[in-house]
Design a protein around this ligand. Sequence first.
Ligand SMILES: NC(=O)c1ccc[n+]([C@@H]2O[C@H](COP(=O)([O-])OP(=O)(O)OC[C@H]3O[C@@H](n4cnc5c(N)ncnc54)[C@H](OP(=O)(O)O)[C@@H]3O)[C@@H](O)[C@H]2O)c1
Length: 299
Amino acid sequence: MPAPGAGQVLVKVTATSINLSDWECLRGSPLYARIGGLRSPAHRTLGSDIAGWVEAVGAGVTRFRRGDEVYGDNLSLMGGFAEYAIAPESALTLKPSELTFVEVSTIPQAGAIALQGTARAAAGRRVLINGGGGGSGSFAIRLAKRRGAHVTGVDNARKLDLMHSVGADEVIDYRSEDFTRGYEPYDVILDLVAHRSVFAYRRALAAGGHYRCVGGSARALVRVLTIGWLAGRVTGRSLGVLVVKMGPPHFEPLAASCIAGDVQICIDRTVGLDEVPEALAHVGAGRALGKVVVLVSSG
Ligand SMILES: NC(=O)c1ccc[n+]([C@@H]2O[C@H](COP(=O)([O-])OP(=O)(O)OC[C@H]3O[C@@H](n4cnc5c(N)ncnc54)[C@H](OP(=O)(O)O)[C@@H]3O)[C@@H](O)[C@H]2O)c1
C-alpha cells in the first residue's frame, strides 16, 4: 500500500485504460518513451489513465477527501495497473455521476490529445486524422465532425468501419493507400503515428494548412520540428509537433460531450488485472477496436 506524500492522493483504482504510451514506456521505444529512465524503466508499474475512489490524501490536499470518485491521467507517476495508485492532486478531478468508472478511464489522455488536436477543425475545412481508428483518433474524428469539418480517417483496414461509425466522411487504409498522394489537400492534419518524410506531409497540406503530430518515431518528430518547420514556413504552411497539455481542464470538456451524447466512447474490451500483459500486447499490435480497459476492482 503506497502512502501519499504532500500534494498527493492515494486512489483505490477501479478502472485503468491502456494507452499506446503505456506500450511505448514498456518497450522503451520510440526513444522519447525513455525520458526519465534512459537505461532502466522510469516506472515499474505502468498505467496512467486511472479512475477510482480516494482512499487517503497527503498533506496540503484540499480538493479531495476519502470516498470521492475521481479520475485523471497520471502520466507523471503512472502506477495504474495496481489496486492502489498515488497521483498528484492536480492530475485528478471528480468523476461525473453520469459516466461509469470504466467509461471515464478512457477519457483523460486520449481526450486531451483529441481536443487539442482538433482545435482548428471547422466547417468548410478538410481534416485528416492519421491513426484515426485508435484511442485518441476515434475521439478526434468525432470532435472534428462535430465542429462541421469534412473528416478523413486513416488507419488499417480492420478499423475503417469503426472510423465511419464515429463520423468519418472518408476512410483510407494506410496499408494500401498513401494519403499524401492523389488526394485533395487537407487544411488540418492530426498525425498520431508520424513516420513519413516532412515533404510528404507538406504535399498533403493545402496552402495555409496546419499539420501537427503527437506520436510516431523519434526520427519523424525531430524531422518535423526542424526541416518540417522550415519547409512549412517557406511554403505558407505550418508543420509542427503538438505538445499536449495534460490535466483535468484539458479532458473534462470531452467528458461533458460524452454525457451530452455528442461523442461516443468506443471500448474494445474490458480485462482483469491479471490480463494486463496480454492487453498491452493487444494494444501494441494495433488490434484494439477502441479502448482497452483494465477493471481492477468493482468498487
Ligand atoms: N505529444 C504529446 O504531448 C503526447 C502526449 C500523450 C501521448 N502522446 C502519443 O500519442 C500517440 C497516440 O496514442 P493513441 O493512444 O491514440 O494510439 P493508438 O490507440 O494505438 O492509435 C494509433 C492508431 O494508429 C494506427 N496506425 C499505426 N500505424 C499507422 C500508419 N502508418 N498510418 C496510419 N495509422 C497507423 C494504429 O493501428 P495499427 O497499428 O493496427 O495499424 C492505431 O489504430 C502515442 O504515440 C502517444 O505516445 C503524445
